[in-house]
Design a binder for this molecule. Structure first.
Ligand SMILES: [Zn+2]
Length: 412
């Protein structure tokens, strides 16, 4: 008799429903064993103490089905005499679970860890695509939707050009998949098109709303922990062909270490996502780029600018300050700009350094700070961003974008 009845146990969430799939092991499939698979038990354990940003895959390793809830016992439909599919429609939004599956007499397999994320807060690739197509359909004269490349797994990397003016604002989302991107950017753009379309007669917005789409899809499908790299294991914000030999050691990680969450990749611009971003911004030449970072769907000031600039380049610093103050004032009309709004980092391989060095475009990573937005930071750092916070931030960013566009004449 085989030691396990089940292999390739897998799970994903689709629109709030958990879908588990598994196969008969090769040995039992070949021996045409039927009785062992006449019924299955599915167990679910609530992982309430899992902490996004602190806990990773190891949290679940070695977890046993003991003390978990038996949520189903009975026959499961089989396809091709080998594959089984099971749906758990009772899983609760926002919860993290570990699933186990057991055939009739052999030991249970698992865990399969899943977080049930709100599909309105974490868009799937399908949602991204349909929201973009809808935008183009609603504003055909204003929105030009294109594909600027394909990811490692072959998904389309979408780009948008909006408006008829020459001077453009550039936006980039989800360079790091566990951070901010399409949900915030596209919602903000929808508001601008709806409420202030006249501004786009004088200028333009050029956007890649979601760069790291493959891994974003893993999060939308329920991978519980924070993810930063692309599916090939490369930190895209260290993969640009700039200051390549400047090995970054931030966060106690090393950009030349393939095990590190900040790994730069095997060679400059090795990743198709990096190439797509480079080509898009080199073609469009926006006056400034804001790249959305921070955590779990939202971002704010401070803005981080390219730190590889000659310290005597006061023109760059003045220009940076004007752009960041304009964006920040739109985000927070109640605040007065101060020095804490803008910082600089010189990571080798970053979009910021590449954009300035190669294209002379000032570019900024938008993050979040405890002094400016303590409540928002407390929520998003544990992946508790909800529809309400996302809506608040899409209003803030639509104001910030309009503020940049209406102040372009001051930065020329
Ligand atoms: Zn980031």
């Amino acid at each position: 008799m085989a030691s396990k009845g089940i292999s390739f146990l897998n799970g994903k969430v689709s629109n709030g429903t958990v879908m588990l799939s598994w196969y008969k092991t090769t040995l039992l499939f070949e021996s045409n064993e039927q009785d062992e698979f006449s019924e299955f038990s599915v167990y679910r354990k609530c992982a309430d103490d899992f902490a996004f940003g602190s806990d990773y895959e190891e949290f679940f390793c070695g977890m046993l089905p003991e003390s978990s809830d038996l949520i189903y016992c009975g026959p499961v439909e089989c396809s091709n005499n080998r594959k089984y599919l099971f749906q758990d429609k009772q899983a609760e939004m926002g919860k993290v679970y570990a699933y186990f599956v057991k055939s009739r007499t052999l030991p249970a397999v698992g865990p399969v860890p899943l977080k049930i994320r709100d599909p309105e807060v974490w868009w799937s690739y399908e949602t991204l695509k349909s929201r973009l197509l809808q935008l183009q359909q609603d504003y055909p004269a204003m929105v030009n939707l294109q594909t600027s490349g394909r990811t490692v797994e072959g998904r389309e990397i979408f780009s948008l050009k909006m408006g008829s003016g020459v001077t453009a604002l550039g936006l980039a989302g989800a360079m790091h998949p566990g951070e901010a991107g399409p949900e915030l950017i596209i919602s903000a753009l929808e508001k601008i098109l709806h409420e202030s379309p006249e501004i786009l007669k004088k200028c333009a917005i050029v956007v890649i709303p979601s760069i790291n789409i493959d891994v974003r899809e893993r999060l939308a499908q329920g991978r519980p922990w924070y993810l930063r790299k692309n599916i090939a294991g490369v930190d895209l914000n260290r993969n640009f062909p700039v200051n390549w030999d400047n090995i970054g050691k931030e966060y106690g990680l090393s950009t030349d270490d393939p095990d590190s969450a900040t790994y730069r990749g095997a060679s400059p611009a090795s990743e198709p996502e990096t190439k797509a971003v480079m080509k898009f911004f080199a073609d469009c030449k926006p006056a400034v780029i804001f790249s959305f970072h921070a955590l779990a769907g939202i971002c704010d000031i401070p803005a981080i600018g390219a730190g590889n600039v000659d310290q005597s380049d006061s023109e760059f610093y003045e220009l940076s300050k004007r752009f960041v103050n304009a964006y920040g004032t739109g985000l927070h009309p109640e605040l007065t700009p101060d020095d804490s709004w803008l910082a600089f980092a010189g990571s080798g391989g970053s979009l910021l350094c590449w954009a300035w060095q190669e294209l002379r475009i000032p570019a900024f990573d938008l993050e979040l700070s405890m002094t400016i937005a303590p409540e928002a930071l407390q929520k998003c750092r544990i992946d508790h961003t909800d529809r309400c916070l996302l809506e608040e931030y899409s209003i803030r960013h639509s104001r910030a974008i309009i503020n940049i566009l209406s102040n372009f004449h001051l930065t020329q």
